[in-house]
Each structure stands twice: as structure tokens, then as C-alpha cells.
Design a protein around this ligand. Sequence first.
Ligand code: SAM
Length: 258
Amino acid sequence: MVMDDAESVAYFHAGGGANPGMRAVYDLCARALDVMLPPGGRLLDLGIGSGRALSAVLRRRPDITAVGVDLAPNMLATARDLFAAEGLDGRVELVQADITALPDSIAGAPWDAISCMWTLHQLPDADVLAAALRQIAAVKRGSGAALWISDFARLRDPSACPAMLQCVDPDSPMGLRQDAIASEAAAFTREELSAALAVAGLGGLASGHATPLPYLQAYWAFGANGKPASAGQRPAQLHGQARREAALLRWGFTAKPF
Ligand SMILES: C[S@@+](CC[C@H](N)C(=O)[O-])C[C@H]1O[C@@H](n2cnc3c(N)ncnc32)[C@H](O)[C@@H]1O
């Protein structure tokens, strides 16, 4: 459930910095949260991991601040080092807590947006998923925050994800690839996650998924004040293959908030 062994954390963190496919996913999430966050907004990131996803948001939006929650000490330590190295540490607070039972100081705070990126597949079963979504729905209700949930989606054919990675990412380290394959296999299907969101009171969210292979899914809603005014064009964040993969992922995604 909690991803904390040193080797997995190291593979995941290194992959998030170098792997074009992972960087493309972070770019998609950052673009989505960019259009949801008002100027000077406060973001609650649930399952911050080693910090790569949140770092992409913070670098895209220099005006926002964030609190990142995770249970895994090694992940939090890695995130702390990343934010310090990137000069983002003054804008992020890290909290060790369970996303299914947040402390009142977080659950009752005035958030502008909540994100949960690449985390739900780590929850061990449908009951824990339901608890996490109930918690997210309660924070959203209490704060009027926007919401962005993205994750793997389990595919019908278990051989599809390994075959895709062999095709698009043949040179990635075996540890990283094994982690991705296990994560996709552990993920909730789009039907399972949609149904669980509805039960948690989050049935009205917009959603989209990757194509041609629907291995990623995303759900979102703008905050109570609607879509914030656009802050205009951003400088390009990605280059080379990561930029091309990000463009392909965006193009193939069936719907997105930007
Ligand atoms: C695969 S990582 C994703 C990290 C990050 N959002 C990203 O996209 O790079 C998922 C994270 O969720 C954390 N996690 C899993 N279950 C959790 C729970 N119940 N409470 C808090 N964190 C949890 C894990 O420890 C792990 O760091």
C-alpha cells in the first residue's frame, strides 16, 4: 500500500526525472491544475510520493503554495531533497499522514485545489479506496476546492501494459518497468473508479482517459468559484522526446480541463 522501500523509491524518483513517458504524465497533470488554481492558490496534494508531480505544478505556477501528504518516510525525504534542490522548499509543506484519514488541520483548511496523482492504485482494496474518496469529497465540500484525480486504469488484457512498455520504452530500467506493470495491474478499472466516485458523492466529475490504450484515467471539477481567469501562455517546460510524448498524450486524451 505505502511505497517506501528504498529501491522502489529510487527507481520511481529517477524515472520521474528522466523517463519521457512519466514526464509526459506529470506535464498533463500540471497543465490541468494550472487551469484550476486561482492566482496565489493553495493546493493540497494527496500521495505526493517523491514530489515529481507536485514539482511540475509548482514550477508551472510560481504564484501557488502547496501541502503534500504521504505516509512513506523515504518518499517524503526524497521529496524534501527535490524541493530544496529546485528552490521550491519555501512553497511546500510536507505532512506524513494517511490520505484516508487526514488530520483536522488539513481536512478543514481552505484549499483552492486538491490533487491525487498516481496514488489510488496503491490502495489495497475497494474499501480503502472508498475511504480515500470519502475523505477527498469531504475536503472538497468543506473548502469548495477544485479537484484533479489521475491514475493508471487497469486494462482488460494483462499483457497489454508490458507489451506497450516494450514497444514505447524498451530502454527503461527493468525495476522501473516492473513497477509500472505492477501498478497498472493493481489499478482500478475505469468502471470501478467511476462507480466508487459516485458512491463517495463525486459522481458529477468530468473525466477523460488515454487513447489508443486506455491505461490512464483522470477525473476533475473546477472549484466553487468556477474556472479561474487564465494567466496566459507558459514557457515550454519540456524538450525533446518528453515534449513529443506529452503532446501525444494530450492529443490522445479523450477530454481534459485545459
Ligand atoms: C506512485 S506514488 C505517486 C507519487 C506522486 N503523486 C507522483 O505522481 O509522482 C503514490 C504515493 O502514494 C502514497 N500512498 C499510498 N497509500 C497512501 C495512504 N493511504 N496515505 C498516504 N499516502 C499513501 C505512497 O506512499 C506513494 O508515495
